[in-house]
Design a binder for this molecule. Structure first.
Ligand code: ATP
Length: 235
């Protein structure tokens, strides 16, 4: 089944036509990436799927049902967004951020179990539990942002530029984490500007330019495509 199905999606900001008739799908258990340069419309697609930005036309379905109109209903349906630049509650501790991620959960034991699952993925977070998130390193903040999203036990995880500003070694940690999360059954939609690694770990990829898809195909194949490398991957 399609975890996500998007058909002829259009999004406007006033007179700016940011997303121009985009269609794609993500199957359950897949990693799919959307890559493209600055301003191509990647974040707009993510915010639309999260129910924050309203579309001006098209169909969006999550697990076979129409996209709800409110962000909290989208989360309840099983979709979680890790936004660009992480948007943590920087004055709150790591623990408090994680608890915020579980705000729809009523069962304390489930919240504790979920937190343990995050510590298995990122043991460093256990050590930093009482530390304010604003004082974490960039890599640790990204790990916390991903964990906060996982606290709601989503079925679909949207990651908007999770490697932005991170050192190469940490980029690799994030990529390996995405692969591990998928192995546990998660469906992942990944947006990246620095795209080679993202495409390499993706089942399929889409190249977005000025609000439209130029090309799509198996991720590793796109990563090696000379035309794509020249235009988008600094190759
Ligand atoms: P980046 O990686 O720089 O975030 P992006 O591919 O995610 O780029 P978007 O942020 O989705 O691109 O922006 C797509 C287009 O929509 C751009 O032309 C941008 O200037 C415009 N845009 C984005 N957000 C708004 C907004 N809130 N109001 C008006 N225009 C916007």
């Amino acid at each position: 089944m399609n975890a996500l199905r998007v058909e002829d999606l259009n999004v406007h900001y006033g007179t700016i036509h940011a997303v121009q008739g985009v269609s794609f799908s993500v199957n359950e258990g897949e990693i799919v990436s959307i890559v493209g340069s600055n301003g191509a419309g990647k974040s707009t697609i993510m915010w639309t799927l999260a129910g924050v930005v309203a579309s001006s036309g098209g169909i969006v379905e999550i697990l076979g049902s129409p996209l709800p109109s409110k962000p909290n209903e989208v989360v309840a349906r099983g979709l979680a967004l890790v936004p660009e630049r992480r948007r943590l509650f920087s004055a709150l501790t790591v623990e408090e951020n994680l608890i915020m991620g579980a705000y729809l959960r009523k069962n304390d034991q489930k919240v504790k179990d979920e937190m343990q699952r995050c510590f298995q993925l990122f043991p460093i977070l256990r050590e930093r539990l009482k530390q304010r998130s604003g004082t974490l390193s960039g890599g640790e903040q990204q790990m916390l942002a991903i964990s906060r999203a996982l606290m709601g036990n989503p079925k679909i995880l949207l990651l908007d530029e999770p490697t932005l500003g991170l050192a190469p070694l940490i980029v690799e940690t994030v990529m390996e984490t995405i692969l591990r999360i998928r192995k546990e059954g998660m469906t992942v939609l990944l947006v990246e500007q620095n795209a080679t690694r993202a495409l390499e770990i993706s089942d399929r990829g889409y190249i977005l330019e000025a609000g439209r898809f130029l090309k799509s195909g198996p991720g590793p194949e796109l990563a090696r495509d000379p035309e794509i490398q020249k235009a988008y991957l600094g190759g």
